[in-house]
Design a protein around this ligand. Structure first.
Ligand code: SAH
Ligand code: SF4
Length: 378
């Protein structure tokens, strides 16, 4: 099989070049052509030795992902649907703001965690993306946007691993992709501007802290184990206390001095004032010292057969106020790209439902509201 150079971070590309009898500086040149200039052909690489330019096409390629569709929202948000083969597709979303351009990237086709409120979770798990498939999303978006906006400057300033999939369940492919994003010869992102979002794969949070500490977002969604077990099933394996311990262990290595907790607001499920008070207790008291954090409240984006509704605006605001008044900085996420279904949890609705999870879930009991004080006894 031909080697795809998008599968390498700079270290990997250096090792590959060494196999071809080439020195490290050749790998740096190649890496810069690919990631900084968006080259996909070797004959464009004018400063490479001619002999190397001629040799490379017979042993390797620079192959992105086929674009199935691109949708442009009225608010500037752009969504791509990429074909990853066998009927699977993944989505990538660009969100422009005044002071930054954020790309939301997928790490898996589908997801095995199966969160109750997530359409990717309902589709079931198809497969892990390769490093090349993760990086191809950034490579394509960045160079498309530069052409589109007629600029040679960097357009994407922030990357969030918040598309489809659980990035920490695809750790092996994720880390080289993150390294290429951070590399000054690659995309040169700072660690603070690169965020991995996780549902709480505790052992991999510890590895990430050691091997590639970037900003961390943790999808909390519930203030107690009874409710979180139901919403985020991985909680049965790594319950809240263990998750918060892992957050505390992560912080000394992290580029920011807080963890961002994401909290999807579900009408009548996890949005009551008592839930907010439980959250405050949790993050302020945990381990005696608490967990330095911020909260990001995400209005739930409904999708067919979810059986859930978004909390009313006033409820979201009241919830945020309790957290803010309690001394925990809390923001409410703006929904973007609504007209093109680019909001969280609406991604790649067209992916084939390979595992029939959606059908099984539709037949399951709808979530009922349990008073938070009683949940831990449920
Ligand atoms: N698997 C990772 C990253 C991808 S999901 C994780 O769970 O953190 C990115 C964020 O979108 C998570 O916080 C997730 O809980 C949230 N999300 C998923 N479905 C959603 C929906 N329908 N509405 C709002 N947020 C959703
Ligand atoms: Fe997977 Fe994240 Fe969706 Fe949960 S919210 S099913 S972890 S993608």
């Amino acid at each position: 099989m031909t080697v795809n150079l998008l599968d390498f971070d700079l270290e990997g590309l250096t090792a590959y070049c060494e196999q071809l009898g080439e020195k490290r500086f050749r790998a740096v040149q190649l890496f810069r052509w690919i990631h900084q200039k968006g080259a996909s052909r070797f004959d464009e690489m004018t400063d490479l030795a001619k002999s190397l330019r001629e040799k490379l096409p017979s042993v390797c390629t620079i192959t992105g992902l086929p674009v199935l569709s691109r949708q442009d929202s009225a608010d500037g948000t752009i969504k791509w649907l990429f074909d990853v083969g066998d009927g699977n597709a993944v989505e990538t979303v660009f969100i422009p703001e005044d002071d930054r351009g954020t790309l939301c990237i997928s790490s898996q086709a589908g997801c095995a965690v199966g969160c109750r409120f997530c359409s990717t979770g309902h589709q079931g798990f198809s497969r892990n993306l390769t490093t090349g498939e993760i990086l191809a999303q950034l490579w394509h978006a960045e160079h498309f946007l530069r052409k589109h906006l007629n600029t040679t400057e960097r357009v994407i300033t922030n990357v969030v691993m918040m598309g489809m999939g659980e990035p920490l369940q695809n750790y092996g492919a994720l880390v080289p992709a993150l390294r290429a994003m951070l590399d000054d010869h690659g995309y040169g992102l700072s660690r603070r501007r690169l965020t991995v979002s996780t549902s709480g794969v505790v052992p991999m949070m510890d590895r990430l802290a050691k091997e590639c500490p970037v900003a961390l977002a943790v999808s909390l969604h519930a203030p107690n184990d009874a409710l979180r077990d139901m919403l985020v099933p991985i909680n049965r394996k790594y319950p809240i206390a263990e998750l918060l311990d892992a957050c505390r262990r992560y912080l000394p290595a992290a580029p920011r001095d807080f963890i961002t907790f994401e909290y999807c607001m579900l009408d009548g499920v996890n949005d009551q004032p008592e839930h907010a008070r439980q959250l405050l207790e949790l993050v302020k008291a945990h381990g005696g010292q608490g967990v330095p954090c911020k909260f990001n409240l995400i209005p739930f984006n409904p999708f067919p057969d979810s059986g859930l509704r978004c909390s009313p605006r006033s409820v979201v605001q009241a919830f945020g106020k309790i957290l803010n008044d309690g001394g925990v900085v809390t923001t409410i996420r703006k929904t973007r790209g609504d007209d093109i279904d680019a909001a969280c949890g609406q991604l790649a609705g067209d992916v084939l439902d390979r595992t029939q999870v959606a059908r099984r879930r539709a037949a399951a009991q709808p979530i009922r509201f349990v008073h938070p004080a009683k949940e831990n006894q449920a």
